[in-house]
Design a protein around this ligand. Structure first.
Ligand code: GRF
Length: 207
């Protein structure tokens, strides 16, 4: 059974989707710890309701991002974590963290990477840019995390149609629903060793 660590910064609906998938035996894994960089992240409440270990690490208590990530790495190593899931986690990871967990850190991004991603593209900023651009489709992407922002190997994507009457709020809602489906599908594939690589491109091996 794979051991997961989920890193959050906010409401934790993606975390909840993972919790529900594990409880419904869709994913064979255990969330060993939920770590937040925000004290008021509702995702911490969701974890506590499931008696999942939680940890809130505040950047202001560390001299540097390197020291901050060293604390996280120590918690992960203590628990022999197999997969780190960034579920709305807004900190940029240090190179040491990423290299230690190469192809073992998965992020969910609320657009079709490589569009509307990278530095400054998070939360509603993504969806406002989507509406402003006039694109007819957006969606969500899961990808492995590398040292560039939102640029690691894409694992899977879900698309969402942008309708005439959509605004950034309605798109955000449609995309978030797809994120939950996509993140569960991706974590399930990882836990079943069904993510394969071909020339640094990742694919989920279909049954
Ligand atoms: C989601 O839109 C996710 O794509 C982005 O941050 C948001 C997190 O939402 N990375 P939640 O905290 O999981 O509800």
């Amino acid at each position: 059974m794979k051991k997961l660590a989920v890193l959050i910064s906010g409401g934790g609906t993606n975390l909840q989707a993972i919790i529900d998938a594990i409880n419904n035996k869709i994913i064979d894994a255990k969330i060993e710890i939920v770590i937040s960089n925000k004290e008021n992240a509702y995702g911490l409440v969701r974890a506590k309701k499931e008696s999942i270990d939680t940890l809130c690490l505040l950047k202001r208590n560390y001299d540097s991002l390197i020291d901050y990530d060293k604390q996280i790495i120590s918690e992960l190593q203590k628990r022999d974590i197999d997969l780190v899931v960034l579920a709305g986690y807004l900190n940029i990871l240090t190179k040491d963290f990423i290299s230690l967990y190469d192809k073992k850190i998965i992020n969910i991004h609320p657009s079709l990477i490589p569009s509307f991603c990278g530095y400054g593209y998070y939360g509603e900023k993504v969806h406002k840019a989507v509406i402003k651009s006039g694109v007819k489709f957006t969606g969500a992407t899961t990808h492995f995390v590398d040292e560039n922002i939102d640029a690691g190997a894409i694992i899977s994507q879900e698309i969402v149609k942008v309708d005439f009457e959509d605004d950034y709020k309605s798109i955000a809602k449609k995309v978030l629903e797809k994120e939950h489906i996509l993140l569960v599908k991706t974590i399930k594939a990882f836990c079943e060793d069904k993510i394969i690589f071909d020339n640094n491109k990742a694919f989920i091996k279909e049954d």
